[in-house]
Design a protein. Structure first.
Length: 255
């Protein structure tokens, strides 16, 4: 049985892990990042002040959606039904619909467009009158600033809410042993972010890189991540939409 390595933090990797195990695959889960909520009273005061002025709230990831939901519960803030929620991908859209089941106004990239900030911005400009917007972007403390720059270039009032942190999850001795067992032969690993890829490589000292690290098939969800993986030295890099991972991975493990 060919093993698959998942590196995304919980709970976002739960569903894929279950689907792969049901398909008969052996799944090793070793998160390369650790995520934690973060609270900045001055930022939260700004958000509370303008909460009823936001016409749209944009979530850059599933984690952003979940952490924001928890923070909003703590702050006693509720989403107005007329406020549209923006998302950079279908996975985040699913999360938004699960935590705000009564909400009906969502904007996401077209299924045939890129599932990223650029695709979302094209969807926003096609669906709303920009001149009447005030936006809130929910994200981690670090990340791409592409969406913010596009919003600012359009002269739209916009606030940034960094409501969680992403840091390298340094593997324990037990976790490192799990990876060494996984690395005994070329297998398949799933990387869903550039930060996750960098955190994977940071686990190892440059003079003691795992024997088969760059021989593993690396599956990722965006061309930018694939490009970084190839530049890092991975030979077999495959692109796959999030919605197709559970279908494509079992096929690729047989090749």
């Amino acid at each position: 049985m060919r093993a698959v390595l998942l590196t995304r933090p919980l709970p976002c990797s739960n569903e894929l892990q279950t689907q792969l195990e049901q398909a008969g695959l052996s799944v090793v889960h070793l998160p390369t990042l650790t995520l934690n909520p973060v609270s900045h009273p001055e930022h939260e005061a700004q958000i509370q002040k303008h909460w009823h002025d936001y016409t749209g709230v944009i979530f850059v990831s599933q984690h952003a959606a979940q952490f924001a939901f928890d923070h909003l519960q703590r702050l006693g803030l509720k989403l107005a039904l007329q406020t549209w929620l923006g998302t950079v991908g279908q996975g985040t859209l699913t999360t938004l619909k699960s935590v705000w089941p009564a909400h009906t106004s969502f904007i996401a990239p077209d299924i045939n467009d890129s599932q990223d900030s650029e695709g979302l911005w094209r969807a926003i400009t096609a669906n709303v009158e920009l001149a009447k917007q005030r936006l809130l972007i929910v994200r981690a403390q670090t990340g791409r600033d592409v969406l913010r720059k596009m919003v600012q270039a359009s002269h739209i009032p916009c606030d940034i809410w960094a409501c969680y942190t992403r840091q390298i999850n340094v593997w324990s001795t037990e976790q490192m042993a799990q990876f060494q067992q996984f690395d005994t032969q070329p297998r398949l690993m799933v990387i869903t972010s550039i930060d996750g890829l960098k955190a994977l490589l940071a686990q190892f000292e440059s003079e003691h890189m795992p024997h088969n690290l760059y021989q593993h098939t690396l599956v990722t969800i965006h061309p930018r991540i694939a490009e970084c993986a190839k530049k890092a030295g991975f030979n077999d890099v495959r692109l796959c939409p999030v919605a197709d991972l559970s279908r494509k991975i079992p096929i690729w493990t047989k090749s």
